[in-house]
Design a protein around this ligand. Structure first.
Ligand SMILES: NC(=O)c1ccc[n+]([C@@H]2O[C@H](COP(=O)([O-])OP(=O)(O)OC[C@H]3O[C@@H](n4cnc5c(N)ncnc54)[C@H](OP(=O)(O)O)[C@@H]3O)[C@@H](O)[C@H]2O)c1
Length: 174
């Protein structure tokens, strides 16, 4: 059975993808911040706050042990939108969840896992990087950082049996 990990699977696009993969016969591990998300019963769910170093380390270990053929990174911190610009704490969390955690998780996964099976990584990004406003500037900047970091991961893939792709989406369902 093919196996996948969907990071950010507790709601939204990630939950949709995880559920669709299960329906297609994949074995799925999903991760998200909340404890028991509705709809996650169909797959193995791991709770992890990706704004915290220790949770990223733990999830990285779990990911490497599970060694899925497909990893989809959907987790996103949009920020509360209460302050423009947001507080440093909120900006820090956005950059961690949107750019630094996926970079670390995918880099660790690519460089320490086995190259026997071909591995695909899909990083979900946003076209907001091309039209940032004062309200969306920090979110867009974190996504732009993710885009650059994903390119460097693509270089890492050249010496691996793996590929990394960016899915650059416009608005949906919000
Ligand atoms: N929605 C749109 O219109 C749109 C447009 C363009 C691109 N995109 C991109 O599509 C992707 C999915 O977006 P979405 O709107 O479906 O997202 P969403 O519904 O807000 O779901 C975000 C996911 O990320 C998780 N997450 C947030 N903070 C986290 C943290 N600190 N630690 C761990 N997990 C955390 C959430 O977990 P909890 O809920 O459990 O906290 C949830 O599973 C994102 O990359 C987004 O940038 C979305």
């Amino acid at each position: 059975m093919k196996s996948a990990a969907v990071i950010g699977a507790s709601t939204g696009l990630g939950l949709y993808i995880a559920t669709a993969l299960v329906a297609e016969g994949w074995q799925v591990m999903g991760a998200g911040r909340r404890l028991l998300p509705q709809g996650s019963e169909a797959f193995d769910y791991v709770q992890a706050d990706l704004a915290e170093d220790t949770s990223v380390d733990r999830l990285s270990q779990i990911l490497r042990a599970a060694a899925p053929e497909l990893v989809v990174y959907c987790a996103v911190a949009y920020g509360s939108g209460e302050l423009s610009p947001p507080s440093f704490a909120e900006m820090d969390a956005m950059f961690r969840v949107n750019a630094l955690a996926p970079y670390r998780l995918i880099y660790d996964y690519l460089t320490t896992g086995s190259d026997e099976k071909f591995r695909s990584i899909v990083v979900v990004n946003s076209d907001s990087i091309y039209h940032a406003s004062l309200q969306t500037g920090v979110y867009a900047a974190s996504k732009a950082a993710l885009r650059v970091l994903t390119s460097t991961l693509a270089h890492t893939c050249k010496t691996k049996n793996a590929a990394v792709a960016t899915l650059l989406l416009g608005p949906f369902g919000r």
